[in-house]
Unconditional design. Structure first.
Length: 267
């Protein structure tokens, strides 16, 4: 044996920055074994084996399980290519999920900023055109039906939409002016990324916005205040009231729930 051609297990571990126990384990499962073992059981690795080990470590860094790596090393080049393509698809899917989560966190921070405004103050805000995906008309106002419609609606977007308050309610201004306690909402909605024939336009313009903290039982007070304000200021509204929970709370502490209502001032 020419020592210059071989590395002891400790030397190889130090060279590639892994633990000796990892090399022992790879040998035990038949994934990566030394070139030979001497009579004392010492493991010796050929210099040419470093490339094989580098491939294993790079695939592990990509998150591939050891069984799959073994198949790659013992299989054809085509199998290696397919495994990498599948891994790439998996990574791209995770990236999309991370982007979705990032967007949700960003919007939650925006919601919190809005929720920190003085509650029950009426503000005038200017909004750009935006597009919404609507549920089917809500003909049955029961909670079970509304939840079912919510699940059907958010399935069009992502699994994260419903539990992250990424939806809201719409009710016509005509209904609310007739009775501020009317809770027969017209639609559920979620934000839409683009414009197409299926989407509802929430038009640009000047809106009234009011932030309310409390339970749904007294939410009608916000509508009372908005409607009385409009009558006093001789402001005409159009379209729908858009109602969205900004900060939800557990059932036992609904007093902390924060809701924003927006409605467009008629041009």
């Amino acid at each position: 044996m020419k020592s210059s051609k071989y590395l002891k297990i400790s030397e190889l571990a130090q060279l590639v920055h892994i633990n000796k126990r990892t090399l022992h384990y790879y040998d035990e499962i038949g994934l990566f074994s030394p070139e030979f073992k001497d009579t004392n059981g010492y493991r010796y690795y050929a210099m040419t084996q470093i490339m094989d080990l580098s491939i294993i470590l790079s695939l592990r860094e990509l998150g591939m399980p050891l069984d799959e790596i073994r198949d790659i090393l013992t299989g054809s080049f085509n199998e290696y290519t397919l495994s990498l393509e599948h891994k790439l698809d998996d990574i791209e899917s995770k990236i999309r999920d991370l982007h979705t989560i990032k967007d949700i966190i960003s919007r939650k921070l925006e919601y919190i900023e809005t929720a920190e405004r003085s509650h029950m103050d009426i503000n005038r805000i200017t909004l750009d055109d935006s597009y919404l995906i609507l549920s089917d008309p809500l003909k049955d106002p029961s909670l079970l039906n509304v939840l079912d419609e919510a699940h059907q609606l958010v399935d069009q977007k992502s699994q994260y939409t419903l539990p992250n308050n990424e939806y809201g309610f719409m009710i016509s201004t005509t209904k609310k002016f007739a009775d501020p306690k009317d809770e027969s909402y017209d639609y559920l909605y979620i934000d839409a990324p683009i414009d197409d024939d299926r989407h509802h336009l929430k038009p640009a313009g000047e809106y009234l916005s009011l932030v309310y903290q409390g339970t749904e039982d007294t939410l009608y007070l916000t509508y009372d205040k908005l409607i009385n304000y409009c009558r006093e200021q001789e402001i005409e509204l159009e379209g729908y009231f858009y109602e969205k929970v900004l900060l939800d709370s557990i059932q036992k502490n609904q007093d902390n729930m924060v809701t924003e209502i927006q409605v467009k001032i008629k041009n």
